[in-house]
Design a protein around this ligand. Sequence first.
Ligand SMILES: Cc1cc2nc3c(=O)[nH]c(=O)nc-3n(C[C@H](O)[C@H](O)[C@H](O)COP(=O)(O)OP(=O)(O)OC[C@H]3O[C@@H](n4cnc5c(N)ncnc54)[C@H](O)[C@@H]3O)c2cc1C
Length: 395
Amino acid sequence: MTLTVAISGGGIGGLATAAAFAQRGWRVTVYERQPELRTVGAGIYIWENGLRVLEAIGAYAEATEGAFRGTHFQQRDNKNRIMDAGALPADMRLVSPPRSQLLNALKNACVRSGVQIVTSTETVGATPRGELIFAGGIRVQADLAIGVDGIWSKVRESLGLESLHEQTREGCLRLIIRAEPAKFEKSDVGKYIENWNGLKRFLITPVNAQEIYLAMTCPEDDEEGKRIPINKDVWKESFPRWAHLIDRIGPIATWGVYSIIRCHAWSAGRTAILGDAAHAQPPNLGQGGGMAMQNGLALAVALEKVTDRRDIPAALEAWEASERPIIEHCQRWSKFYGEITYLPDDVRFRVVQSALSDPWVASQIFRAANHQPVGTKAPDARVLRNFANAYAESN
Ligand SMILES: Cc1cc2nc3c(=O)[nH]c(=O)nc-3n(C[C@H](O)[C@H](O)[C@H](O)COP(=O)(O)OP(=O)(O)OC[C@H]3O[C@@H](n4cnc5c(N)ncnc54)[C@H](O)[C@@H]3O)c2cc1C
């Protein structure tokens, strides 16, 4: 008998989960509240762990085609001194495509796997019986329901699973500018560069040959810092070296603070939650989407052998027990990393320099990127070599 799954939310996590279930023979329907699948935000970092998930569900090639592959993730202070050179090891891939490219790749993997995607359908609640309730009172019942409906998840709320929803003091402006590589100094080319000054941060992320994604972080109460259209003078004063990028900023940007979500359980009966709905984290490690995708694949693998819906609740508990430690580790370290903002500049310089050169600290920060997600394979030497060559050719 074919088991069915109803997924609320057609974002990064929902689509990765849907593809993974459909590829294991489940009949999958995704319900998305927007009239079409689309993302908020500009670019997205996908670390080694997330790339392995994309490979496992057949979305890797499309998600990464033409996308920038940096060799360094560099940290610089208010005087443009390098706090951490951030050379990435050869066996840790990192790609930063436009978000829309990732979402399209996931959508196409779903379509190829037979997932049905229903848009303009807002979930307003759920029950532990694998049931989603939509606006207007219509209900669908499946063997399994999954809420991957983001930070303000209605599925989480109606099952009463939340134990903490904390919003950070700082938030971020996200936008895309056109790339003009000729204007980069040689020492800046081929890198992701995170610049710190006081309570502001300026993260430069090339996404492809044409575009650069800028993430500009400041406290929520910094009215000029978070202004849209962006107050270029304020940002140029803090980051004069990057005035040529700031001058290229157009009128479009999004602003948002970050959420940290913890739940006392990730499921009730035959209904589960994952992604930001269950374990949102600040984006300091660039892993929220990676965690959503890897947890969705892990869930599909955990339920692979289930043939009777009565066995689903126990399988959900086993999945949660196995996946929580890595996800909560990543959440914790992403939060610590954000605390660096509140150090005075000179103290931050010393702390970052010594902390990131400590192998133990580095191993904690990169534990998620180095994690082998359930249902994935480590890349062989040829894949890693091709990755490096593709980078060299595109630069
Ligand atoms: C500034 C910033 C930068 C980030 N950078 C990175 C990064 O570089 N790398 C990374 O891995 N992660 C990053 N993240 C985190 C990442 O964006 C999230 O963790 C990821 O999008 C979570 O995926 P999701 O599918 O759980 O939720 P979402 O992407 O939020 O998707 C939820 C989906 O559900 C839909 N939905 C919501 N409510 C309902 C409803 N009631 N009914 C039906 N549908 C509904 C939404 O429309 C949406 O399509 C960043 C986050 C922020 C804020």
